[in-house]
Ligand binder design. Structure first.
Ligand SMILES: CC(C)(COP(=O)(O)OP(=O)(O)OC[C@H]1O[C@@H](n2cnc3c(N)ncnc32)[C@H](O)[C@@H]1OP(=O)(O)O)[C@@H](O)C(=O)NCCC(=O)NCCS
Length: 154
């Protein structure tokens, strides 16, 4: 399994960091992130799938926003989600400096929620019926509890 980092300009994807997971030449999945200037609570517009990352991305931001993560289920025998997520976070940690991470996940996506919880994310906000009848859950983990004003995992 190899990881390939997307050159932002190459894909014209704006100020995002995208890591692709490959087995040989076969694309297994991706992890897509932005860096945000930390705020205890964000405006909901930021989490919209159609948001413009140019508006929020700050190269010196201390919070990693995980905007998208998915694996092709056809290749689950080659790469499990929990392994991919840990690897992705490890590689991101080598190329970016961040103290916390935040994401929004559908309450129905049990495997994803399990992966994030196991990684240390906790639910900090619930958005009722964000996806039709389904709630969205905002989860955060804090890697550096010395940041002023952020108690560990809140
Ligand atoms: C999220 C995703 C990458 C997870 O990949 P995966 O290979 O299924 O994940 P894993 O097999 O590593 O499963 C992680 C854990 O969740 C558990 N799990 C899987 N489905 C579950 C379910 N329906 N209910 C409860 N637990 C579940 C697994 O048993 C595993 O737990 P374990 O560590 O005790 O074995 C994949 O499902 C995916 O691409 N989903 C679509 C997009 C998505 O949901 N992205 C997240 C958006 S933020």
């Amino acid at each position: 399994m190899k990881m390939h980092r997307c050159m932002k300009e190459e894909f014209k994807c704006g100020p995002r960091e995208i890591w692709f997971f490959f087995n040989g030449r076969t694309l297994l999945g991706f992890l897509c992130c932005e860096l945000w200037e930390f705020q205890k609570s964000y405006d909901l517009a930021r989490f919209s799938l159609s948001h413009d990352p140019n508006s929020y991305h700050r190269p010196s931001g201390s919070e990693l926003y995980i905007s998208s993560f998915a694996l092709d289920p056809k290749y689950r025998h080659l790469l499990r989600g929990k392994t991919a997520f840990s690897l992705g976070m490890e590689y991101l940690g080598l190329s970016q400096s961040f103290s916390s991470a935040i994401l929004l996940v559908s309450d129905e996506w049990e495997a994803a929620k399990r992966i994030y919880r196991d990684y240390g994310f906790i639910e900090i906000r619930r958005l009722r019926q964000f996806f039709g009848n389904t709630d969205a859950v905002v989860m955060r983990t804090v890697f550096d509890s010395s940041i002023i004003g952020i108690p560990k995992n809140t």
